[in-house]
Design a protein around this ligand. Structure first.
Ligand code: FES
Ligand SMILES: [Fe+2]
Length: 367
């Protein structure tokens, strides 16, 4: 596996759910940098390096007072641009008394941070995930901390085949294990890895959510955009009924590296059915969490083995089911390489040509 930087910088990463940021200091490590997050008096999100320029203690140990963040050690105070505005017991603000800040934006109920060259941050590049906060969709969200390289989480989300084995107790029941997903890529995105699972018994989670145990037609689609946006669409309808009657859900997985070996996993599941149903919300939150715990177990064990063995190539044996994960890694590696050669290189999704069936980002008009 490659050494060196394993993530992109000139792009938006998810730093937090918007609801997490308050008028209090919240430390969080992102891309192996210590950051402190908070909201200013006007509600604007702020992201600053969590390090006082005086004696390097974390600013998150300090306090907010009006528009200033006061260091908890000697009381230097900084505004949201990171400029020092006050030093106790002296009038002169010394040179170098600034803190690095990062562009940070609330959109679709998430806080997005730009950790690369500040002047390149363009809010238009925040991915369109409006289903997460759109009134036509009901959503449930959650978070998991993963003790693994974030790329393993991407791999796993693009690998539909593991469901039949890992998720037998939740979203899988062994159906589809012999079906190879169709993979379609354009430019620097995985437009879809897709498979149909007609006339199957509903897996446990589906039976509960749909509310019956009759046989279903089901489909599954994974979409990926570097660095860490994955979406999984699942649809199910009773076998013999038309497809447009399907219950559809889209799970947005926003994967942000914490360190080289740990990951923040933010997820939002948006559904187009039983919109106002708090009982179902609770059921989904528990079901999704249990499902992702099954992934977490496999991924963390994989990470432990990788840390010991450090294989030159990975996966060590090439299987057909790895097509989408392998192609996604190539897209990611290509962009990281571009940034290495030119620190002004920005990830811009390439425009899509034809509109193939199966990509919810492309073909389904349900805004
Ligand atoms: S360490 Fe922050 S003011 Fe001294
Ligand atoms: Fe999984």
């Amino acid at each position: 596996m490659s050494t060196g930087r394993i993530w992109m910088l000139n792009c938006w990463h998810v730093a937090a759910f918007s609801s997490e940021l308050k008028r209090e200091l919240m430390p969080r490590r992102l891309l192996d940098e210590a950051i402190v997050l908070y909201r200013d008096v006007d509600g604007a999100p702020v992201a600053m390096q969590d390090r006082c320029p005086h004696r390097l203690v974390p600013l998150s140990m300090g306090r907010l007072g009006g528009t200033l963040l006061h260091c908890g050690y000697h009381g230097m105070a900084f505004d949201r641009e990171g400029a020092c505005k006050f030093v106790p017991a002296q009038k002169r603000i010394p040179g170098g008394a600034t803190v690095r800040t990062y562009p940070v934006v609330d959109r679709h109920d998430m806080v997005w941070i730009w950790m690369g060259a500040k002047e390149l941050a363009d809010v238009e590049l925040i991915p369109d995930v409006h289903w997460m906060s759109h009134p036509g969709w009901a959503s449930v969200s959650g978070y998991k901390h993963m003790a693994c390289d974030y790329r393993l989480v991407n791999d796993n989300l693009l690998d539909l085949s593991h469901e039949a084995f890992v998720h037998q107790g939740t979203i899988g029941n062994g159906a589809g294990a012999e079906e190879l997903p169709k993979v379609y890529c354009e430019g620097n995105r995985i437009i879809y890895a897709h498979r149909e699972m007609p006339d199957i018994d509903p897996p446990p989670f589906f039976a509960r959510v749909i509310g019956h145990s009759r046989r279903i037609n089901r489909w599954q689609t994974a979409v990926y955009m570097p660095p860490g946006l994955n979406m999984t669409e699942a649809g199910a309808h009773e076998a013999g009924t038309p497809r447009n009657r399907a219950s559809v859900w889209r799970v947005f997985h926003m994967i942000t590296p914490e360190t080289q070996a740990t990951t923040h996993y933010f997820w939002v599941m948006a559904r187009n059915f039983r919109l106002d149903d708090p009982e179902l919300d609770a059921e989904i939150a528990a079901g999704v969490s249990a499902t992702f715990d099954e992934d977490k177990l496999v991924l963390e064990l994989q990470m432990q083995a990788l840390a010991v063995e450090r294989p030159a190539t990975f996966p060590s044996v090439a299987l057909m089911v790895d097509e989408a994960p392998v192609r996604a890694r190539r897209m990611l590696a290509k962009q990281i390489e571009r940034e290495r050669e030119d620190d002004q290189a920005v990830f811009v999704p390439e425009p899509l040509g034809k509109e193939p069936y199966g990509s919810p980002f492309v073909t389904i008009d349900d805004s």
